[in-house]
Design a protein around this ligand. Sequence first.
Ligand code: SF4
Length: 511
Amino acid sequence: NCKDVKDALVEALKKYNYEDKVLITETGCIGACHLGPSLLVEPGNIYYIKLQPEEMEEIVIKHILGGEIVEEKCYYDDISKKHIHKLNDIPFFEKQKKIVLNNCGQIDFSSIDEYIANDGYLAIGSIFENKCPGEVVRVVKDSGLRGRGGGGFPTGLKWEFAAKSESEQKYVICNADEGDPGAFMDRSLLEGDPHAVIEGMTIAGYAIGANKGYVYVRAEYPLAVERLNVAIEKAREYGLLSDNIMNSGFSFDIEIRIGAGAFVCGEETALMNSIEGKRGEPRQKPPFPSDKGLFDKPSIINNVETFGSVPYIILYGADWFKTFGTEKSSGTKVFALAGAIHNTGIVEVPMGVTLGDIVYDIGGGIKNGKKFKAAQTGGPSGGCLTSNCLNTPIDYDSLKSKGAIMGSGGLIVMDEDNCMVDVARFFMEFVQEESCGKCVPCRLGTKRMLEILERITQGKGEEGDIEKLIELGETIKETALCGLGQTAPNPVLSTIKEFREEYEEHIRDKK
Ligand code: SF4
């Protein structure tokens, strides 16, 4: 693993009395899961991949001492049949635009000084100098930033509602309860650049008039919790979370709350209940959190990536942010790319790139010469995109028009061998287990849907099962209390719409 590779590098440098001449920085994830463990050597931007501890001595002798690139340990491009040495030339990175993930894989996640040296906390300094809270809200509104957690609600508008709510006490909440199967975007940012999230939350606190923030992280992310804790402590030490930040008179502090493994706690009102020490069940809306949120006080809740975008918007301006993406979906989006493709990992792309760009140019195409069949976006709340959608721009509205959703950023690619009924059954089993049981349509409806899907996949399907699935799905969507239930039928309805013949085949052939 990475630690063994790093230890071997340190050992090799010591062996040749060179450890004082090389700075080794441990960074967060650079995004290319399929290429790790990796090493970036500067100067030169030389990128070594798939490293083993026993290879480190050779890199030290040849490259660090001898100045010669160890070509066979660099990226190998199948198309050009050449070794590529520089990170920025690799197609996987070339087609991306990193804003939120700019520091991930580049700076030491534990060093506040490195964050500051890369313009960190400059945005917060600039607003104290020349922006009142209302102007901060206006910039975020003008940027067109929409919530990256799935719903796509305009962030600036959400902040404006909370800013207008009158209260002595308000809260900023960061939703890091990332629970979609296959999604790890928030984890990557928290582990790789925790100060960006802290800075984004502090800016939000200033904008709405809150002096307290909570980050709600899922318990399954111990490393993210550890690194965030270190970052919060450092920010306090530097006075960046304090009673009088940069002598502005504004005070803000952040606490971490750890979830207990319930997917439903990713729903904003259930999450607030959980922070309050209550059972993690969704609340009826309205009232909305901006009026009556955490502890019944006005609150905003945004996800990790949304907060991570904010310092850059403040620093470079709303117009700059809008130069990326589309008219109604500005900026970039981080995806966790997984499934039957060559290149898996975390990618950040400008909104509006096509699904085909992501699958073929960044993802490197389908493995083993198979054909692309579908991509599932939005995890258990989302829908599937078929080969007819390869030219579809990835933005909130285009995905919605295709019956899918952006979701938080899980993107699972499937090849011709995947059974779409199995895929739908998998997601239904997941949401059925995670339903909190508070309302009947979700508690019982998803159970009935799962039973039907199980009998279909076991070759015991009956005529009329598909219609029952559609009827149940539509009813649950309309009547469930919270987002979990309202979106739970999506994978089933979307696969029936696009791959109905697979359902029919299971029922007809009893297989
Ligand atoms: Fe609970 Fe499901 Fe109802 Fe949401 S829709 S409140 S998860 S039972």
